[in-house]
Ligand binder design. Sequence first.
Ligand code: AMP
Length: 208
Amino acid sequence: MKLLIFGPQASGKGTMASRLAKKFNIIHISTGDIFRENIKNQTELGKKAESIINQGNLIPDHITNELMKDRLSRDDCANGYILDGYPRNMAQAEYLDSNVQLDTALLLDVPEEVSIKRISSRRTCSACGTIFNTLTLIPKKEGICDACNGQLIQRDDDKEEAVKKRLNIYHEQTEPLLTFYKEKGILKKIDGSKSVEEVFTACLEALS
Ligand code: AMP
């Protein structure tokens, strides 16, 4: 099973992708997580990516496409995967399409106000990456991660200026994927503004 999940920032892609990956025993591949891991470890890729990501811009396509070609050729992808954050523009979608046939592209649709509200209240553990939300997924102790006691921070790219830029990029560059996958007959649109359980059920129905 080869799936893609896409949608605007904070539409719940990461949460749904990790739940679907568990359910179907497939790998969850998030390009954002791969870049963040590289930044944390200060690899060559991480050093190049850091300022680009913090400003809310996209990593150049040739870097992202190569990275993903390599990632998708590994053994753990044999049973299938769910892509989260890639492809993010038409050039990437066409590149992927020339190597891989996806089964389903799930679009998590949320209005812009919901997206902005969710991002501005998002907090991430600086140690283990667990995500909290100051409105809906409140940590037991303010500012501290429930999982590892790490410090909760607001990611630089979750700050207002970067968020506006990322949403503009989403509308201009990622939204055209909707038509691309619709024409291929594999697009399933899900209302992502509902509760996590409701959205998950809708994803399962769309995949059944
Ligand atoms: P995300 O966590 O998916 O929002 O990704 C965080 C950041 O990583 C994005 O704002 C981009 O700077 C970068 N990134 C993630 N996926 C891609 C991609 N497919 N193409 C280019 N840049 C990406």
